[in-house]
Structure formats: structure tokens, C-alpha cells
Design a protein around this ligand. Structure first.
Ligand code: DAH
Length: 339
């Protein structure tokens, strides 16, 4: 039996393996329950009492030897693996970098939330539009200067297909599809053929609002806008409405909000007037309702429209509109906490 043990020991000494899986095969072959060394322990029962001590020690030594050999083989494979993949599985993980919302999204979401509290739903329309939805249905006379090539991007020389110059076009799309009561806002991107500067861009964003129902009055418009201004700029805010002109509203107005930076005292942001111009608004012109097959004798409505960039610039003190479109992370990072 001692010879057998010695032979096994020599066999194990000679072993070399080339793939990791073979190490496991060896373990099974020699030291698993049915392995060769376990069989020796079975045979040990038949050894004569005088030999028991010597043979017992020899088997134990052999078992330890086999275990050491297998562990050593395993380790060489593991350290080789680490070197070849360059991976250290004990390294701590890398923190995931979180992005932040774009300032225009922050302001848009805030405005949408304010109007949602008043029961306004949100709808969107196409950016590539036709003349009817951007101009004709909105009561623009055929010779109106806003249709001029100066302002509008036309698509492939077809004067009927264009990039919308305002989100008022979505009013028409919604009124064509729905009968009053309608109470909705329409955020979206608009395009104008303007030179890019610190104050204007050829792409910008607007939010349009529309409320059409029975007995909607100018007083409703004024109170809605006052609520909006106080939610967005603080409860001390005041508003004032100045008479203005838009083809699709009659009467029309422009709304100013008291300057939230100087509290109306006068500063360089409000150009020492104490007021900031925020939006255009008015009572929906009956011609517009009729163009969408809405009975203008039964229903009245108000509408308003504002530029998101302008409001974001006032809220965050941003001096150049181009920052919104350049995606410089040094700029964007400053809004991480404003989500
Ligand atoms: N569409 C106008 C613009 O782009 C803004 C506007 C003014 C929208 C008055 C309205 C409104 O709904 O009633 O300048």
C-alpha cells in the first residue's frame, strides 16, 4: 500500500495543466468523495494494525500534498487572468455621473405645472407647418409682413410649407379637432429667420395658452395671468397690461410683470422702468374661432403666448441667449440644483 501511495504522490507531482477547467477535473479525480485518495482511506481499513500508523500518516500527507498542489494551480490561473485582462475585481465601482435638466426644460416644466393647477392640459403640434395653421386661420391678412421671407423659413421654395414661427398654430390644430370647452397650453420650438445675437436666435421656444368656453371674459384672462406671474416670480409680483395688436386676438395686450430683481425700484435688467415684458395675450378674435368651425356667438376665449428663453434669462440672470444652444457643460452644470 505504501508503494501505491508513493506512486500517486509522484503522479501528482508531475501534473501540469493548461486550462483552468482541468484543475477542477483534478480535484474530482484525486480528492472528491469518490476520488483516488478517498479510495485509499477505504483500503486503509484492511491494513494490518502494525502498519496502520505509518500508512495512515502517509495517506494524510498525500492528501495534504494533493490539496496544496490543486490550490497552487488554481491561484496561478487566477493571477494570470487578472494580469491578462487588467481587471482587479476588488476595486470599488465608479460612481455614475448624473446629468441635470437643461434650464429651458426646468422653466418649461415649472410653467406647465403652474397652468396644470388651473386645469390646463398640454398639447403639441408639428414644427413643420402649413400657411393655414401658422397664418391664415390666425387671421393674418395675405399681405401681413410676418409672412415675409425675412421672418419665415419656407421649405423647398414651397410657400405653403414652412417652419412654424410661433406656437399659436397649435391653437388652430386643437380647435379644429375639439369643440369647447378647451383649456390647454402648448409648449414647443419655433423658428424665425433672424440674425443670431445675444438677444435673439433663429430657434427658440414658446408656450401658448388657450381657454375657450362660454362666457370667458378679459377679467378671466387678467386673473389667470396674475396668478401665473405670482407663482413664477413670487407672490409680491404685480402685472400690467398694455394695449397691443395681434391679428388673432381682439382686444390684444402685452403683459409686463414687476421686476423681480429690483422689486420695481429700477435696475439695469428692467432698464430702470421697474417692469419686464413677458407675454402677448388677448381675447381670441371671432374670425379665428369661425375658421375652426367654433360658433363665435356662443363661445369666447382668451389666448396668450410667451418665450421660454426670455423667462429663463430673467429668472436665472442669463445675459446671452446663445448659451442655451451651445451645450457648454460649464453653463449647464450651474443648473444642477435647480431641477
Ligand atoms: N404668437 C405671438 C408671437 O409669437 C405671441 C402671442 C401673442 C400669442 C398674443 C398669443 C397671443 O396667443 O394672444 O409673438
Amino acid at each position: 500500500m505504501l508503494d501505491k501511495i508513493k506512486a500517486l504522490q509522484e503522479e501528482i507531482e508531475q501534473i501540469s495543466v493548461s486550462v483552468k477547467e482541468e484543475v477542477e477535473d483534478l480535484r474530482i479525480k484525486y480528492i472528491s468523495k469518490k476520488g483516488l485518495i478517498s479510495q485509499l482511506f477505504e483500503e486503509f481499513k484492511t491494513v494490518s494494525p502494525e502498519q496502520k500508523k505509518e500508512v495512515g500518516q502517509a495517506i494524510n500527507t498525500l492528501k495534504q500534498f494533493a490539496l496544496d498542489k490543486i490550490n497552487q494551480l488554481k491561484e496561478t490561473f487566477e493571477s494570470n487572468e487578472q494580469e491578462s485582462t487588467g481587471l482587479d475585481l476588488t476595486m470599488p465601482g465608479e460612481a455614475i455621473k448624473l446629468g441635470s435638466r437643461h434650464p429651458l426644460s426646468i422653466v418649461r416644466n415649472e410653467i406647465v405645472d403652474i397652468f396644470a393647477c388651473l386645469g390646463f392640459t398640454v398639447a403639441e403640434g408639428p414644427e413643420i407647418e402649413d400657411d393655414w395653421h401658422v397664418f391664415s386661420a390666425l387671421n393674418f391678412p395675405p399681405e401681413h409682413p410676418a409672412r415675409d421671407m425675412q421672418d419665415t423659413f419656407f421649405i423647398e421654395k414651397d410657400p405653403d410649407i414652412l417652419l412654424r414661427t410661433h406656437t399659436s398654430s397649435v391653437q388652430i390644430r386643437v380647435m379644429e379637432k375639439t369643440q369647447p370647452p378647451i383649456r390647454a397650453i402648448f409648449p414647443g420650438r419655433v423658428f424665425r429667420n433672424e440674425a443670431i445675437s445675444a438677444r435673439s436666435h433663429c430657434i427658440f421656444h414658446q408656450i401658448e395658452g388657450l381657454y375657450v368656453a362660454e362666457n370667458v371674459s378679459f377679467a378671466d384672462l387678467k386673473q389667470t395671468l396674475l396668478y401665473f406671474a405670482r407663482e413664477l416670480f413670487g407672490e409680491k409680483s404685480q402685472i400690467r397690461l398694455r394695449p397691443s395688436y395681434f391679428p388673432f386676438t381682439e382686444p390684444s395686450a402685452e403683459m409686463d410683470v414687476s421686476c423681480s430683481i429690483c422689486g420695481g425700484e429700477g435696475c439695469n435688467v428692467c432698464k430702470y422702468t421697474g417692469w419686464l415684458e413677458i407675454l402677448g395675450c388677448g381675447m381670441v378674435d371671432p374670425n379665428v374661432l369661425e375658421a375652426c368651425n367654433i360658433d363665435s356667438k356662443k363661445y369666447t376665449g382668451f389666448a396668450f403666448g410667451m418665450g421660454i428663453e426670455r423667462i429663463a434669462m430673467l429668472k436665472f440672470g442669463i445675459k446671452d441667449i446663445r448659451h442655451f444652444f451651445e451645450n457648454d457643460v460649464r453653463f449647464l452644470k450651474q443648473f444642477e440644483s435647480a431641477q
